[in-house]
Design a binder for this molecule. Structure first.
Ligand SMILES: C[S@@+](CC[C@H](N)C(=O)[O-])C[C@H]1O[C@@H](n2cnc3c(N)ncnc32)[C@H](O)[C@@H]1O
Length: 221
């Protein structure tokens, strides 16, 4: 999917929206957009004033579950497209009586217009698919214009946590965020090699057998 297409062609947007609205599973934590393509703050957050976290590509959900255990006052929204991973996330969340919101929608489509404006204090994107082949680069989530897609949903003071094990993608992330209005939390070269969050995700464990990942944090000051 070329992400520009979904924005520029209304008939395609309609089609994608009808797919995004399909409910494959019934669980109170699963949230899909309404007919206008939006998810209202009331459906996403119990408390509009609490600390709101958004994770894009939550995988099996280890980070989500451990984060919610350690931060019971934070509210957590996770985008994930694969149902086996969503099931795993919700199974562990239910066992711990945690209540993340899971949006089972392809985040390439229009997550920024789907989500309530200026509503997230933290965005986490850990180990997004690196798409190493040049002809697949267009599928990468993070590219030059990506920080601008995040700005409309971030609150003032919000931060963004990023991780990748793939050097060329790390350089692409650094270049995109250095050109943005967001400020690096770490001094030059703006990344660290140890995870600043306490949880090691499935993909961090898998990838770091081969090479040490890069971690970045950017702030909306
Ligand atoms: C490499 S995994 C990383 C998962 C997790 N963040 C971790 O560190 O273990 C990338 C995850 O993003 C999900 N994903 C990839 N593209 C997606 C998309 N367009 N929309 C929603 N989820 C997506 C994949 O299904 C996968 O679970």
């Amino acid at each position: 999917m070329d992400r520009e297409l979904s924005v520029e062609r209304p008939e395609l947007r309609e089609k994608l929206l009808s797919i995004a609205r399909l409910q494959y599973a019934v669980h109170p934590g699963i949230i899909t957009p309404d007919e206008s393509g939006k998810i209202s703050p009331q459906r996403l957050f119990k408390n509009p004033d609490s600390f709101h976290v958004l994770e894009l590509g939550a995988g099996f959900g280890e980070l989500c579950v451990e984060y919610m255990r350690s931060n019971p006052d934070h509210e957590y929204t996770a985008f994930e497209i694969k149902w086996d991973r969503i099931r795993n996330l919700l199974k562990h969340a239910d066992a711990d009586r945690l209540h993340p919101r899971v949006v089972p929608v392809d985040f390439d489509w229009f997550f920024e217009s789907m989500l309530p404006a200026h509503s997230f204090d933290r965005i986490i994107i850990y180990f997004p698919d690196p798409w190493p082949k040049r002809r697949h680069w267009k599928h990468r989530l993070i590219h030059k214009g990506f920080p601008d897609r995040l700005s409309p949903i971030m609150r003032p003071g919000a931060d963004i946590y990023l991780a990748t094990d793939y050097g060329p993608y790390a350089r692409r992330m650094l270049s995109a965020f250095r050109k943005s209005a967001l400020k690096p939390a770490f001094p030059f070269p703006h990344y660290v090699r140890e995870n600043p969050l306490p949880t090691r995700t499935h993909f961090e464990k898998l990838m770091s057998q081969k090479r040490k990942p890069y971690f970045m944090v950017w702030k909306n000051e």
